[in-house]
Design a binder for this molecule. Structure first.
Ligand SMILES: Nc1ncnc2c1ncn2[C@@H]1O[C@H](COP(=O)(O)OP(=O)(O)OP(=O)(O)O)[C@@H](O)[C@H]1O
Length: 121
């Protein structure tokens, strides 16, 4: 196993994460949302499994935004001019992000509403 190559691949992966933070407004919004959700989670007594679900949802959102940013760049490289297939590729990737974001909101509400309803009402 080539250790140097192994660590270099980590460096490249971190470069990708830094790039998406710097260049994608959506990603920065999701980072902010994740901080808010983590703060709310600390203030709410979550079970181990609820914590696991929250962490997986947050990481999943970051992952899908990274894939979306990657698809946007590949499409821009392959089709700098307007093309219906380029539009479809970008809109499909954006649709995947939206589906996942809606899923995280629904699951978050299922976890938090019963806990907060006792405090609020
Ligand atoms: N090469 C292209 N050919 C056809 N439609 C495109 C192309 N590039 C982008 N589009 C479409 O134009 C609309 C706006 O795209 P825009 O470039 O503003 O955002 P994006 O590339 O999807 O994301 P970002 O703003 O983060 O770069 C989207 O519906 C997208 O699918």
């Amino acid at each position: 196993m080539n250790i140097r190559k192994f660590f270099k691949s980590f460096v490249f992966a971190f470069q990708g994460i830094i790039l998406v933070i710097k260049s994608e407004q959506n990603f920065r919004f999701h980072v902010l949302a994740a901080v808010v959700v983590l703060l709310a989670s600390f203030l709410t007594s979550l079970s181990k499994w609820e914590w696991i679900i929250i962490v997986m949802l947050i990481c999943g959102m970051f992952m899908i935004e990274l894939v979306n940013a990657s698809i946007e760049r590949v499409v821009d490289l392959a089709s700098p001019e307007l093309h219906p297939l380029a539009k479809q590729a970008k809109d499909l990737a954006a649709g995947a992000c939206l589906v996942y974001a809606i899923c995280t909101i629904i699951v978050g509400l299922i976890i938090f509403i019963p806990k907060w309803s006792g405090i609020l009402f």
